[in-house]
Design a binder for this molecule. Structure first.
Ligand code: NAD
Ligand code: TDX
Length: 335
């Protein structure tokens, strides 16, 4: 199988490429990635001789058409992915997440190529802390941020292209990922790398917001299951029952460094900050037999802390610039 992976130099895409090379060695992988601030060829250094890498934009219809014509399937990870950045400047989110998906859909439609679309649980908006409900495949879309609204728009394009043009597509909406190669702008790697530098973790607002954590490896095994055995036209939610408050996550990260549980700063809250996400992944588990390999967050977190400690050369070049961006956006320690 010839597989085109967009966004393969980013966090989840790079982990997907590693998994594919390791567990599906007959697959010929081509990565298309624009190498934005979030993409790094170093994330693919270990597999560089096993894949073809193309630097380019998913919104470049001519390039995308050529690459898709030579592929049997596409997994589309490429996106602008960070909510905080989407509040500072939404424009690249509209271009990449909407126009990029549109270019891919037109190409897979023209060449009748199987397409899997990577999306997020944030398209469903947020839940109350005390709501027993979790998101399912039939929860109405209700996105909050420029990021999540462009992801929601991209999902709707996929649904329309599947129904109107018969594009052979599946969609997955996954909860918050953590693990190796995640950019230091994101919550968990930001706190781990702060602590390596002796800096206190930064918690937005009161830290009561809940995220449903899944190890990136478990996300990617689910993507493979859907690619191989998912029903065309269907959406699958991916989650590993990992609900935790941000405050609890910070306490666990502090614990991993042997620091007191209250040794963190409260900082300016995110505008429009979603309160809680929670995934019901029953459909994926019962229909495709998927199950996560990481069953406790503590185990996955310990492995992730260890990875960042051993790979300082990978994250160090971006750390100062990322913190400077947070400062420039007005983020401040609250008294
Ligand atoms: P990331 O920001 O780490 O990586 C994105 C990658 O896409 C980078 O390599 C970047 O260079 C590339 N890219 C950006 N714009 C591009 C363009 N115009 N053309 C080609 N390449 C481009 O993101 P991530 O966290 O790995 O997320 C990957 C996908 O998974 C996204 O679609 C995201 O919405 C989705 N997702 C992420 C999470 C999460 O917790 N991180 C959860 C659910 C879904
Ligand atoms: O320093 C921080 N302190 C903090 O308290 C940062 C960076 C974040 N937070 C909070 C905000 C969120 O409640 O932690 C939570 C997680 O933040 P992010 O890592 O920015 O993730 P989130 O906004 O939840 O979105 C992530 O999951 C869904 C990914 O970035 C998205 O791409 C994915 O779709």
């Amino acid at each position: 199988m010839r597989l085109l992976v967009t966004g393969g130099a980013g966090f989840i895409g790079a982990n997907f490429v590693h998994l594919t090379v390791r567990e599906h060695p007959d697959v010929e992988v081509t990565v298309l990635d624009a190498l934005t601030y979030a993409g790094d060829r170093a994330s693919l250094a270990d597999v560089a001789d096993r894949i073809t890498f193309v630097e380019g934009d998913v919104a470049d219809a001519e390039l995308v058409g050529r690459l898709v014509a030579g592929s049997d399937a596409v997994v589309h990870f490429a996106a602008e992915s960070h909510n905080d950045n989407s509040l500072s400047d939404p424009s690249p989110f509209l271009r990449t997440n909407l126009l990029g998906t549109y270019a891919l859909l037109e190409a897979v439609r023209a060449h009748d190529v199987r397409y899997h679309h990577i999306s997020t649980d944030e398209v469903y908006g947020d839940l109350e802390l005390d709501d027993p409900a979790r998101f399912t495949e039939s929860t109405p879309y209700n996105p909050s941020s420029p990021y999540s609204s462009t992801k929601a728009g991209s999902d709707l394009l996929v649904r329309a292209w599947a129904r109107s043009f018969g594009v052979r597509a599946t969609i997955s909406n996954c909860s918050n990922n953590y693990g190796p190669y995640q950019h230091v702008e994101k919550f968990i790697p930001r706190q781990i790398t702060n602590l390596v530098d002796g800096v206190r973790p930064k918690l937005y607002g009161a830290g009561e917001n809940v995220r449903d954590w899944i190890h990136v490896e478990d996300h990617n095994t689910a993507v493979w299951d859907i690619l191989e055995r998912g029903r065309l036209g269907e959406t699958y939610l991916i989650g590993a029952d990992g609900e935790l408050s941000n405050k609890r996550v910070v306490e666990l990260v502090l614990g991993a460094f042997g620091r007191p549980a209250d040794d963190y700063d409260h900082v300016t809250d995110r505008a429009g900050h979603d309160l809680r996400y929670a995934i019901d992944s029953t459909k994926l588990r019962t229909e495709l037999g998927w199950a996560p390999r990481y069953t406790t967050f503590e185990e996955g977190l310990a492995a992730t802390v260890d990875w960042y400690r051993r790979h300082e050369g990978w994250w160090r070049p971006r750390k100062a610039e990322t913190e400077a961006r947070y400062t420039a956006s007005g983020q401040q320690v609250l008294a």
